[in-house]
Design a protein around this ligand. Structure first.
Ligand SMILES: *[C@@H]1O[C@H](CO)[C@@H](O)[C@H](O)[C@H]1NC(C)=O
Ligand SMILES: *[C@@H]1O[C@H](CO)[C@@H](O)[C@H](O)[C@H]1NC(C)=O
Ligand SMILES: *[C@@H]1O[C@H](CO)[C@@H](O)[C@H](O)[C@H]1NC(C)=O
Ligand SMILES: *[C@@H]1O[C@H](CO)[C@@H](O)[C@H](O)[C@H]1NC(C)=O
Ligand SMILES: *[C@@H]1O[C@H](CO)[C@@H](O)[C@H](O)[C@H]1NC(C)=O
Ligand SMILES: *[C@@H]1O[C@H](CO)[C@@H](O)[C@H](O)[C@H]1NC(C)=O
Ligand SMILES: *[C@@H]1O[C@H](CO)[C@@H](O)[C@H](O)[C@H]1NC(C)=O
Length: 795
């Protein structure tokens, strides 16, 4: 049994238990691992852990938590913050004498995992591509309801800026949202709100600068691309300057914390050579002081490398805790009680950690009016998840997942291939049209566990802790087969490459729709952005045989389409991301023109890997691999714009079946106090007078969009700002609004608020946010490169 079964957050616990004997040796080695470095780099003396106080809105909950914790012994406090074997992916220990139950933590960002009876939502990236705040929120709210109904207290979601998507190869980019701090912040805020409005605590992850899977663990057996023997290589170190940290990586977490995220998960990587979960600068200073975070920091599974260093550096909850058998370096919170009793760790710090973990529990009412039901599933039953089956799927959730899938679908090219016009003969090609031969759950909780050579069919989500077991997956073939009855269409298809067969059926068809896909999973970065060989061969055969080829892609990000994008026989290209259980049904309304496409790329689609910043996945042949974030804030479109690289399709791009015109831009002073936040940050800013906030609106931009085409449609109005001064990105997204269901000839004025922070930059010298003086250029349009409206404002 390989450690590869041990994914970040979630593990089938029996798998772990079964390994207990085998790993004892490994544990001995782990005990001996030299942690001097982490201790040295930890700096908890310079950045001591701030005590929680409940912040702006959690005062009552904080008081309840501190009263209870005040009655606990050192051992009980330790138990509260240390996971132990239980029914969930993580289960903290109870203090029965004080009525504190075990709290249940479960993956993940597409729904509860690993358990059945749930819905498989779309990936985060898919929801991001809708640019629809209502759908992003509702997706999380529905997921939250399923977590809650299963008895889960803490959901290990959402993914904010860790990874943000620094590298197009990142194995987990699809779990998150946008490689842009503003849009990612909006997504993170709404996702936290959605989960917590269903009374489940959110765990915003992964704090921070967690941008690659390669070398994230020092075990060669657990991670596919490791090159050194077990326990010799240190996790990759993300070396990032303070400016980039504040401008790019922190803002999404700031928004999640303002939304009241109960918890934050610390990541596997090192930061500047110090393990993230025991880095006092990032946890005690940046997270808990500057962002004023009042909840708890939960370790990623196995991210704890040193007990005293982590708790002193601001980590609060250890997972998988005493359940650990092999990936916490044997330390987790081992001997924490002894360390407290002999003064190595202050008892106040221990109390603070327990209070921080319990405060969201009280704030969400999980002790009272919103007590989740008792957990009846057993995540520890591994892949045999049928015991005590409970269906928590609610009416309306499938419809929502379908709608997110439809409204995210992004039309990238259309020279007349779409919408399909009552074809007589339709050809469908590619393995992605079909269903997994083992069924939707035959590979267990994760498709990475499909047997070698298994026909996997369409890809509905990626692998790892962001995966979920779908109740069903509607394949493209099933959905289209059902739809063709209306038009009396005949279908032919091929799921495998067979040139003669493809040539025969495609050459006489009215339209050939080729579905291609690309796989991504946790623990492994993509090695390239190429389609696999068989899919490329199918595409080649299709364009040779037919002059009406429509390509639909299910990918976790960019794939290289240069061979086909300009081919005249390719009459439409559609990106459909990872749409979850409703895959086929989500794309049919777009293919048939029942709904105009309105998705927009939540990342830049380059022409080749070399278009992106170099070396964003460190593969150093070193015991201490280093990832130098030397591109600074210039990732994704910021890089393409700065380097004047022409992408294939730019950030924010997506076509429609109708056309839109933009007019009447204006910007006005418009001071509005921020009324959205649950918790306030302590981010310093110039002009602070004790009553105003960095998040107060200072200006409002207005613009009008008109549907000038023949059919109803939605447009995502995007606002980009060019800051005064040199050494700033060409433009940065600072507002977006999806104008929905605009009828032909209908106009709508949109208003986009700019907050003080949206027009500020981080001054490293002075350690404060400053609104630079000079002229700001404001541009509005339909993508990051189609910006017909311009105006300016001056500070
Ligand atoms: C631990 O690391 C330090 C610094 O790299 C080194 O000097 C020391 O010998 C190491 N100790 C052990 C037990 O390996
Ligand atoms: C892991 O390390 C061991 C011991 O050096 C080696 O035999 C093995 O091939 C390595 N495994 C991988 C996957 O690199
Ligand atoms: C990492 O090091 C850089 C360069 O010294 C510094 O600017 C930055 O603040 C450090 N980041 C963290 C999180 O400690
Ligand atoms: C405190 O206890 C820990 C765990 O037993 C031990 O490793 C450490 O050496 C002790 N420290 C002191 C100062 O006694
Ligand atoms: C299906 O997925 C599994 C796991 O990723 C892989 O081993 C298998 O080869 C795949 N099947 C095909 C035909 O690619
Ligand atoms: C386009 O398709 C036609 C058949 O309809 C074929 O003759 C032609 O060679 C194809 N063009 C390309 C560039 O593949
Ligand atoms: C839209 O406006 C144009 C020009 O005013 C007009 O000719 C057309 O009939 C209108 N279409 C609809 C659907 O109202």
């Amino acid at each position: 049994m390989k450690l590869s079964a041990l994914l970040t957050t979630a593990v089938a616990l029996t798998v772990v238990n079964a390994r207990a004997v085998e790993t004892r040796d490994d544990n001995d080695k782990m005990e001996k691992m030299n942690n001097t470095k982490e201790m040295d780099g930890n700096n908890a003396d310079i950045y001591p852990a701030p005590m929680a106080n409940g912040g702006k809105s959690w005062g009552d909950a904080y008081k309840k938590a501190s009263d209870i914790v005040g009655q606990m012994t050192v051992e009980e406090k330790t138990a509260i913050i240390t996971s132990a074997p239980g029914r969930c992916v993580g289960t903290t220990q109870a203090v029965e004498r004080l009525g504190i139950p075990r709290l249940c933590m479960m993956d993940g960002p597409t729904g509860p995992r690993p358990v059945k009876g749930i819905s498989q939502s779309t990936s985060g990236q898919t929801a991001a591509a809708t640019w629809d705040r209502d759908l992003i929120y509702q997706r999380s709210k529905d997921m939250g309801q399923e977590f809650f109904d299963l008895g889960v207290n803490v959901a290990l979601a959402p993914v904010a800026s860790g990874p943000i998507g620094r590298s197009p190869l990142g194995g987990r980019n699809w779990e998150g949202s946008y490689p842009d701090p503003y849009a990612n912040g909006q997504f993170s805020r709404l996702s936290v709100q959605g989960l917590q409005d269903s009374h489940v605590a959110a765990t915003t992850k992964h704090w921070i600068m967690y941008e690659q899977e390669t070398f994230r663990h020092p075990y060669n057996t657990s991670q596919p691309d490791n090159i050194y023997p077990l326990l010799t290589q240190e996790p990759v170190s993300s070396n990032v300057d303070d400016y980039t940290t504040h401008m790019l990586y922190m803002p999404p977490f700031a928004e999640a914390i303002r939304a009241g995220s109960g918890h934050v998960m610390c990541s596997y990587n090192q930061i500047n050579g110090t393990q993230a979960c025991n880095d006092a600068h990032s946890q005690n200073h940046l997270l808990k002081t500057e962002l004023g975070f009042q909840g708890s920091v939960i370790s990623d599974w196995g991210g704890v490398h040193d007990t005293a260093a982590s708790i002193r550096s601001g980590m609060d909850v250890s997972t998988p805790g005493v359940d650990d058998v092999g990936y916490s370096m044997g330390t987790f919170y081992k001997d924490l009680d002894k360390l407290v009793n002999n003064g190595t760790v202050a008892e106040d710090r221990l109390s603070d950690a327990a209070i921080r973990f319990l405060t969201p529990y009280y704030w969400l009412g999980q002790d009272s009016e919103h007590t989740p039901p008792e957990v009846t599933f057993d995540a520890a039953s591994g892949l045999d998840l049928e015991s005590e089956y409970k269906n928590v799927r609610k009416e309306g959730t499938a419809e929502l997942i379908r709608k997110i899938g439809t409204d995210s679908t992004t039309l990238l090219k259309n020279t007349g291939g779409l919408p399909l016009n009552r074809p007589q003969r339709l050809v469908l090609l590619g393995s992605d049209i079909g269903s997994n031969v083992l069924g939707p759950d035959g590979c267990g909780d994760d498709r990475t566990k499909c047997p070698m050579g298994n026909f996997n069919g369409t890809i509905s989500v990626g692998g790892g802790s962001g995966s979920t077991i779908p109740p069903y997956v509607v394949s493209p073939l099933e959905a289209i087969r059902e739809r063709v009855e209306k038009d009396g269409t005949e279908i032919s298809y091929a799921m495998k490459y067979d040139e003669d067969h493809i040539n025969k059926i495609s050459s006489r068809a009215d339209a050939t729709v080729v579905f291609v896909n690309n796989w991504a999973e946790e623990s492994k970065d993509r090695h390239n952005i190429d389609l696999d060989e068989e899919q490329a061969m199918i595409l080649d055969a299709a364009v040779k045989a037919s002059s009406n080829v429509i390509i639909v892609m299910h990918t976790p990000g960019v794939v290289n389409m240069e061979k086909w994008a300009d081919n005249d026989n390719v009459t439409a290209i559609v990106e459909a991301y990872y749409p979850g259980q409703e895959t086929g049904d989500a794309v049919v309304p777009i293919l048939y023109g029942e709904r105009s496409p309105s998705g927009k790329l939540p990342f830049t689609w380059g022409k080749s890997l070399s278009d992106y910043p170099p070396n964003t996945i460190s593969t150093d042949d070193s015991m201490t691999p280093q990832a130098d974030f030397s591109e600074g804030v210039y990732i994704d479109y910021r890089w393409f714009d700065k380097k004047e690289i022409e992408p294939r399709w730019e950030f924010g791009f997506g076509l429609s079946y109708t056309t839109f015109e933009f007019s009447d831009i204006s910007v006005e002073e418009n001071y509005k106090k921020d009324e959205n936040e649950v918790q306030a940050t302590n981010e310093p800013f110039e002009g602070s007078d004790g009553t105003n906030s960095l998040y107060d609106t200072i200006k409002t931009v207005k613009a009008t969009v008109t549907n000038t085409g023949d059919v109803e449609g939605c447009e995502v109005v995007q606002l980009y700002v060019t800051f005064p001064g040199d050494n700033m990105p060409v433009r940065e997204l600072r507002g977006f609004e999806k104008v929905k269901d605009l009828k032909s000839n209908e106009s709508k004025q949109v208003e986009m608020d700019l907050r003080l922070k949206d027009l500020s930059v981080w001054d490293v010298e002075r350690q404060t946010w400053v609104m630079p003086s000079g002229e700001f250029k404001l541009s509005v349009g339909s993508s990051s490169r189609q910006l017909p409206l311009h105006t300016t404002c001056t500070n």
